[in-house]
Design a protein around this ligand. Structure first.
Ligand code: URA
Length: 438
């Protein structure tokens, strides 16, 4: 049945005029999205009014609740604490692949519902599908079964989870209404909270390789996400991370899987290890805070040490291998990549910037990422960006490697152009700046 056109028009006009919508009005809109009883042009117009006028905390809360209620929630499979992480997406972000088995290895359940890559940031499911046979379409029963036996699962969001978001997101994407903090909060939190969690940690990224370009925008989104999680009874904490250069060295699907496995072996780039351990420590402290009522910085530090020791024990790697195998993947110690081509510095200097958009677009040009939903992925192509902001380099020194079947010459030139050199020293970046401004 079609929702009354005039009622929807009145709600859009109220928002357009800057008035706060009631919970019932938001529920009416979400119901109309879910049951296709409001035409797309009205939903798009409502989204534009929200983008221009913003949402109050109460409106954001109502939107998240209603989108969550538009679908199923996963039920707890065991009596272990259930935790998860959400990252707003950044170049080279392979943290989920390490975090899920590491937390499972210390006795937590991690029901991670992930997405695919679109645009410059990669998707965790695409990375895992670099393993031949890996399945990312587990049913709710299969998720439960795997949590009982292994403690972690990384799979796609099912059609029954937050269906209103699926429809609304597609319309926002087509109508330039994605960058609204309220709409982003409702979208992310309705999907994450459907996993019925005890604790959630958010990795909110900013910079040229991230969705939010400035630290101020990232802080605004962080506050909205954390407030919404807490209000919905989930222990929610967050870190900010700088994506003005890729995380780690590897960017691309099989490339990133190989780097994640190195970290699970106790090695790999320090920034990947550090961010993963800090995010895990937040979750462990949140859970112990729930039992001890004394969660503080000391809890985070002791959790960090325990997690670092666990990572070095080799047990999380074993858990990871079990997860890949349980989901049908053929685990290999090292996935093969396309032939390597070196990018060298044309002059001496200090690395001043690594343009994330340009690096991401190069990976897309090699088919390591998608320009459009549904585009095929070539998991063997990618980049290794060795140069880090602040590093001094000599002329001719390798800055990066390109892994490409063809089109390597253009890719080598684009990567060289994306790595900007300065003739005076440059300060290195701070990976995790303080959440609160100084
Ligand atoms: N990721 C989401 O899941 N939703 C948004 O709105 C933006 C990023």
């Amino acid at each position: 049945m079609k929702a009354p056109l005039l009622l929807t028009t009145a709600i859009i006009a109220k928002k357009r005029d800057g008035q706060e919508l009631t919970r019932d009005e938001i529920a009416f809109i979400v119901d109309g999205i879910t049951h296709a009883s409001i035409p797309d042009y009205q939903i798009a117009s409502w989204a534009m009014a929200v983008l221009c006028r913003g949402m109050t905390t109460a409106e954001t809360a109502a939107l998240t609740d209603c989108m969550l209620d538009s679908g199923d929630r996963l039920r707890p499979a065991t009596d272990r604490p259930r935790v998860d992480k959400h990252s707003t997406g950044g170049l080279g972000d392979k943290v989920s692949l390490i975090l899920a088995p590491l937390l499972a290895s210390i006795g937590l359940d991690v029901p991670m519902l992930s997405g695919r890559g679109l645009g410059i940031t990669g998707g965790t499911l695409d990375k895992l599908e670099s393993y031949e046979g890996f399945r990312a379409d587990l049913s709710e029963d299969e998720i439960d079964q795997q949590l009982r036996s292994i403690g972690c699962v990384i799979t796609g969001t099912t059609k029954q989870i937050a269906p209103a978001d699926r429809k609304l997101y597609a319309l926002r994407d087509a109508t330039a209404t994605v960058p609204s903090v309220g709409l982003i909060t409702g979208s992310i939190m309705s999907k994450k909270l459907a996993a019925t969690l005890n604790a959630l940690v958010l990795d909110v990224k900013f910079g040229s390789g991230a969705f939010m370009q400035s630290i101020d925008q990232a802080r605004e989104l962080l506050s909205s996400l954390v407030a919404t999680g807490k209000r919905m009874g989930v222990r929610t904490t967050a870190l900010l991370s700088d994506m003005n250069q890729p995380l780690g060295e590897m960017v691309g699907n099989a490339c990133e899987v190989n780097e994640a496995v190195e970290v699970l072996r106790g090695g790999g780039p320090n920034d990947v290890r550090e961010l993963t351990l800090q995010l895990c420590a937040q979750l462990v402290a949140s859970i112990s805070d729930a039992t001890n009522h004394n969660g503080d910085q000391h809890d985070v530090q002791s959790a960090y040490q325990r997690l670092a020791d666990e990572l070095d024990s080799g047990r999380p790697l074993e858990r990871y291998r079990e997860m890949i195998t349980a989901q049908g993947g053929r685990f290999l110690d090292h996935l093969s990549l396309h032939p390597e081509h070196v990018v060298t510095a044309s002059t001496a200097g200090w690395v001043a910037a690594v343009d994330g958009q340009a690096i991401g677009n190069t990976v897309i040009s090699l088919k390591g990422g998608r320009a459009r939903m549904g585009d095929p992925i070539d998991s063997k192509s990618g980049l290794k960006i060795i140069a880090k902001v602040g590093q001094e380099v000599a002329a001719g020194q390798p800055l990066a490697h390109v892994y490409a079947a063809d089109g390597s010459e253009r890719a080598v030139q684009s990567v060289r152009d994306a790595i900007q050199l300065s003739d005076s020293p440059v300060a290195p970046l701070t990976l995790m700046p303080p959440v609160e401004p100084n």
